[in-house]
Each structure stands twice: as structure tokens, then as C-alpha cells.
Design a protein around this ligand. Structure first.
Ligand code: AAT
Length: 288
């Protein structure tokens, strides 16, 4: 008798261009659906826990979601003296909003997500990430963030771009220089900005391009790194930017030390360490 070795199927994110990939047994499909914009899948795996993908690309998972969401949120939030009004673009799973709301000074968070069905699915099937999306301080807007941002001038203390990966050509609406200019305009004078900016090992051109565009718009732009095993090849980058706030000189570690909410990755040492770049990354962005 043949021993049943394989589970019903194996999820794979195979990068055909670079000929490598990530794969995992799908132990149970929790949800699959096709929206006006994309295909959503949420499934259970052994190593990564629940995994959420869009068009077959991992967006987040239980294993390491805290790394990405803490690093995209607390780095800018702790650099603002008194953040009250925050704009999150993308971020439909709610992980970023959950982290933002750990800061007691926050009065209002607008989350502008393209696809309402992502929020419906994550509210139902990823409650550990999405539970703050029902908080009365949170205002959900379902629109393309690159259009929505144009409505604001000198409005937000913090802007966070928690977006899907750039695609071909210019890289999608949330990676253009004119979008970053609109973010600059929508920020207050002491406002701070962070965007996810891809990775330095395989598709490094996207990271360089995003960093270059952000630094051509903002007075201060600094890349920082963290470990996210689910995002191949495992190292991830974000770019912090502002009109005048420096992420190291203006950082007050005392504020983090006195923070009374649970954080699993971010602390005052990781804040500083994540801005220390390896030589090969420094070289990549040197002439920008
Ligand atoms: N919190 C980690 C998850 C994400 S999902 C990014 C979200 O951005 C998706 O829900 C997608 O629907 C939304 N999105 C895409 N384009 C736009 C847009 N133009 N305006 C508003 N929202 C948008 C990030 C995953 C990072 C993956 C890294 N490999």
C-alpha cells in the first residue's frame, strides 16, 4: 500500500525570473476568494501558522507578522513627540493599525485600503491581527491610496505605507515619486513617514528605486532592516523619512524603555541597530 506522504497540496511562491522559491504544506484552506482587484487565500501551515496571500504572494503570517508590523509602526511613532493623527495606506490585515493604537496619544487613524474584501476576510479569519479595526478611533476608507492622499495638506503626524510589492514598470501607484511628494505635502512639519521598501538580496532594484525616490522628496530618508522569514529571501527593508526628524539623533530610548505595552521585536536597541547597514547595502544606496 502506498503511504500517504503529501498533504492535499503545497503552496509555492516560485520566483520564475530568479529561479527560487518558498513552499509549504497547506494543512487546511481557511478562505479563498476572488475580488475585483485580486485573489485572496488564507490557509493553515505547520511552520508559518496561518498565512494570508494575495495573488499567491505572502502578505503576512502568524509566525513573523509581529516583526513587520512592529518595525513599520514603532520606528516612526517613537520618533514623533506626540503623534495624534495617523494615515495608514494599505495594511488591510490590520496588523499595522493594531501596533499604532498601542500608543496612547493617538486620536485618529485613517486606514486607506484598496480592497474592502481583504478587510472583510481578515476581520473574520485573522482576528489576532485585525481586532483593532473596529476601534472607534479607526476610520476605514476603501480607495486607491495614491488618489486619497491628494486630499490632504499638513494633516498627518505619521504616514505609514503598508503596501503590496511593486510590479512591473514604474512599480505601481504607491512607489512613484509623485506619490511620495503627496505624502510629504500631507505630513505636518514634524511629521514622520515610513514605507515598506522591499529587500536587498534578490530584487534589490526595487529597494534601491523606492529609497531613491523617497530620498529625492524628503529632507531626511534612512533605510532600515529587519528579519521576516516569510518574505523571501528573509531580510526586509523599510524607509523612514521626514522633513526634519533624524531617526537616530532625535530618538529618545527612554520613551521606549517606559512603554508599557507588549512588544515582541522592537525595543530601543533594535531601533538603533536596524539603521546600521551592512556594507553591501550601504554601497547599493551610496550615490543616491
Ligand atoms: N500588513 C502586511 C500586509 C500587506 S498587504 C498590503 C495591502 O495593500 C493589501 O491589502 C492591498 O489590497 C493594499 N493595496 C495595494 N495597493 C493599494 C493602493 N493603491 N491603495 C491602498 N491599498 C493598496 C503588505 C505586504 C508586504 C509584502 C512584502 N513582500
Amino acid at each position: 500500500m502506498l503511504e500517504k506522504v503529501y498533504p492535499p497540496f503545497i503552496f509555492n511562491e516560485f520566483d520564475r525570473k530568479n529561479k527560487f522559491g518558498l513552499f509549504m504544506d497547506v494543512e487546511k484552506v481557511i478562505y479563498s476568494g476572488v475580488t475585483k482587484f485580486q485573489r485572496i487565500d488564507i490557509f493553515e501551515t505547520k511552520a508559518f501558522g496561518k498565512v494570508f496571500t494575495l495573488d499567491g504572494v505572502p502578505m503576512t503570517c502568524e509566525l513573523d507578522e509581529f516583526v513587520y508590523h512592529e518595525m513599520i509602526s514603532h520606528v516612526p511613532l517613537f520618533l514623533h513627540e506626540n503623534p495624534k493623527k495617523v494615515l495608514v495606506i494599505g495594511g488591510g490585515d490590520g496588523g499595522t493599525v493594531r501596533e499604532v493604537l498601542k500608543h496612547p496619544s493617538i486620536e485618529k487613524v485613517i486606514m486607506c485600503e484598496l480592497d474592502e474584501e481583504v478587510v472583510e476576510a481578515t476581520k473574520k479569519y485573522l482576528p489576532n491581527l485585525s481586532y483593532e479595526l473596529n476601534n472607534p478611533k479607526v476610520h476605514l476608507v476603501f480607495e486607491d491610496g495614491s488618489k486619497f492622499i491628494k486630499n490632504f495638506n499638513n494633516e498627518f503626524d505619521v504616514i505609514i505605507i503598508d503596501s503590496t510589492d511593486p510590479t512591473e514598470g514604474g512599480g505601481g501607484a504607491l512607489y512613484t515619486e509623485s506619490f511620495y511628494q503627496d505624502c510629504f505635502k500631507a505630513l505636518t512639519e514634524n511629521g514622520v513617514f515610513t514605507a515598506q521598501t522591499e529587500e536587498p538580496f534578490i530584487e534589490k532594484e526595487w529597494m534601491i528605486r523606492a529609497y531613491k525616490r523617497i530620498s529625492s522628496v524628503f529632507n531626511v530618508a534612512k533605510l532600515y532592516l529587519g528579519f521576516v522569514p516569510e518574505y523571501t529571501p528573509g531580510t526586509w527593508s523599510w524607509t523612514f523619512a521626514s522633513k526634519n526628524i533624524d531617526p537616530i539623533k532625535d530618538f529618545n530610548p527612554e520613551k521606549v524603555r517606559n512603554f508599557d505595552k507588549e512588544l515582541k521585536y522592537y525595543n530601543e536597541e533594535m531601533h538603533v541597530a536596524s539603521f546600521a547597514l551592512p556594507n553591501f547595502v550601504k554601497k547599493m544606496i551610496k550615490d543616491i
